[in-house]
Design a protein around this ligand. Sequence first.
Ligand SMILES: C[S@@+](CC[C@H](N)C(=O)[O-])C[C@H]1O[C@@H](n2cnc3c(N)ncnc32)[C@H](O)[C@@H]1O
Length: 270
Amino acid sequence: MQLPQEVLDEVIRLVRQSNKYAVISETLIRDIAEAELKKGKSLKESVKSTRNKIHQVGSAFQETSIPYPTWKQELEKLPTLITSNETLAFVTKSLRYHASTAERFPFIASFFMQTLAPIQPIESILDLACGFTPLCIPWMPVSDNISYTGIDIYQDMIDFLDLFFIHYNLKHTFTVGNIIESVPIEKVHVAFLLKTIPCLEQVDKTIGSRLLEKIPAENILVSFPSRSLAGRSKGMAANYEAHFNQLLSGKNWRVTKSEFPNEIAFLIQK
Ligand SMILES: C[S@@+](CC[C@H](N)C(=O)[O-])C[C@H]1O[C@@H](n2cnc3c(N)ncnc32)[C@H](O)[C@@H]1O
């Protein structure tokens, strides 16, 4: 069904009127708004349900507003050594503002050392729906020449990650984008798809297997939460593992599983 362009544009405009949604990838808002309008919803209902969906896939992980202007000032004063105590303290504080990295923080070093052990040292990373994971680079087994590419739907987050990597003189490309629509085509050593498949499947049920197929990397680190944001864990790890195995059916890829207190990870080697 073809929707009148001006109705779709109006839903997008209204969704973006709130500051919370103004910094979000327009292509993601467009995709969600289009799907909502196609269900026959009114303009008002479509604005509301588009915002709800964006909340589920993004804003739910950032309940507190993030003080980027203050962080930028603090970053400028930090030493340029990424492993300095001052840097680690700054990153530790910052990671708390994104629920996904906050809950991984208690086992951050073992998470990357263990999951990436078979392929370290890492030369290049493509981090899809990255959140604040790129800030965890001090705990990753990477080479001195590491190149980091990250994509997420938040313009303010991407701007900050860019400044952080400039400060530490690390090769990087951070972009605002919707990975349901497209992913970069440059080959990388490893791609991260961390706690992201369930999020994307709320917008597109078929995205999991399509992404695993087209990501330009022979190694993909995939993870799933094994506890909800509210702390419930009942059967989550087993359900997600079964779902992951379905996504992999028919593929002859080597998979190494690692389990952590609230996350289950799989390193795929194609
Ligand atoms: C559960 S969090 C995971 C973040 C990070 N990968 C981690 O493990 O800490 C999901 C992330 O996906 C991002 N996101 C949601 N939909 C997206 C999309 N279509 N394209 C790119 N990023 C998306 C959200 O903004 C959020 O940062």
